[in-house]
Each structure stands twice: as structure tokens, then as C-alpha cells.
Design a protein around this ligand. Structure first.
Ligand code: UDP
Ligand code: MG
Length: 160
């Protein structure tokens, strides 16, 4: 067992990740899930839903004054979204690294947005940008009972 309680707490970190309608329509679900899975993160919740525009506006609440807000909410509610919660040590911050920069043009090759999309308004994936956002977004998209706690076989090989 880990002795350092701060490390133990970090391992339970969870983030909200969503594959947006463009990622779903472009057949990138398995590619995106695979990157989180191969890294060693644990999937603890997943569902396919078409959000209403009102729900999209709630999700992007902090961007309501931005000129692209209306188009963004129309877009997020335009088709199925894969909503997920991933768990692992440092998953919030490193999940954002796997995703890349907001604009695919500024995203490094090797990142999800760098490798798989072109335009900022069609950037295929969402990821929580910090611990507080993660808690809020997980709470918005999932009921507590939709989060599954389980032991994964490879945990003893991922964490000492
Ligand atoms: N977005 C956009 N135009 C912009 C900036 C952002 O369409 O100039 C969209 C883009 O889809 C982005 C989302 O708004 O993913 C949320 O913006 P944020 O700054 O939170 O970027 P993210 O956290 O997704 O990297
Ligand atoms: Mg954001």
C-alpha cells in the first residue's frame, strides 16, 4: 500500500471527457478512448447522449459572453456525444496534455487534436481544465450511481 496520503488521493483523481458530435460522426470513438485506455487511465463512467441546447449552454456556462458561444452550443447539441469519466493519478492535467491545445492548429503532433482534427470549432473532444471544473462537470453529466468503482487488473502494474 502507498504510505504517502497525498499520492493515494491523487490516484483517485477523476476528470470529465467528452467526444463531441464531430468525433462521433468521424468514427473516432475507439481511437480517442484507446488513447486514454492505453495510457493507463481507468474508465469509470460512459454514456452516449444527445444533449439539449440548454444543457450544452450549462456545460459551457463560463463561455456565455464569447462570440462563438451560440454556435458552440448548437454544435454540441447537434448529435450524439460520448460522455465519460476517467480516473487515474494526474488524469485532469495529463488528460489535457493528451488532448492538446484548444486550437488543433496549435496542438502538437501526437496529441488527439494535433493528430485528428483541423479547426478550433470542430476539435472533437472536451476535457475538464482543472479539479473544480472536473467535479462540476462530472456532477452535471452523471448521477453519482452512474460512476462505477472497481479494481482493474493492471493497477498493480501501473502504480507501485
Ligand atoms: N471554441 C471555438 N472558438 C474559439 C475558442 C473555442 O469554437 O475561438 C470552442 C472549441 O470547441 C473549444 C470550446 O469552444 O473546445 C471551449 O473552449 P475552451 O476555451 O474551454 O477550450 P477547451 O477547454 O475545449 O480546450
Ligand atoms: Mg474548456
Amino acid at each position: 500500500m502507498l504510505q504517502d496520503p497525498t499520492v493515494e488521493a491523487a490516484e483517485l483523481e477523476r476528470t470529465f471527457i467528452a467526444i463531441k458530435p464531430d468525433g462521433v460522426q468521424r468514427g473516432l470513438i475507439s481511437e480517442i478512448i484507446g488513447r486514454f485506455e492505453r495510457k493507463g487511465y481507468k474508465l469509470v463512467a460512459i454514456k452516449l447522449i444527445v444533449p439539449t441546447k440548454e444543457f450544452a449552454a450549462q456545460h459551457y456556462d463560463d463561455l456565455s459572453s464569447r462570440p462563438f458561444f451560440n454556435g458552440l452550443c448548437d454544435f454540441l447539441s447537434s448529435g450524439p456525444v460520448v460522455a465519460m469519466v476517467w480516473e487515474g493519478q494526474g488524469v485532469i492535467k495529463y488528460g489535457r496534455k493528451l488532448i492538446g491545445a484548444t486550437s488543433p492548429q496549435a496542438s502538437e503532433p501526437g496529441t488527439i487534436r494535433g493528430d485528428l482534427c483541423v479547426q478550433v470549432s470542430r476539435n472533437i473532444i472536451h476535457g475538464s481544465d482543472g479539479p473544480e471544473t472536473a467535479v462540476n462537470e462530472i456532477g452535471l453529466w452523471f448521477k453519482p450511481e452512474e460512476l462505477v468503482s472497481y479494481t482493474k487488473n493492471d493497477e498493480k502494474w501501473l502504480y507501485e
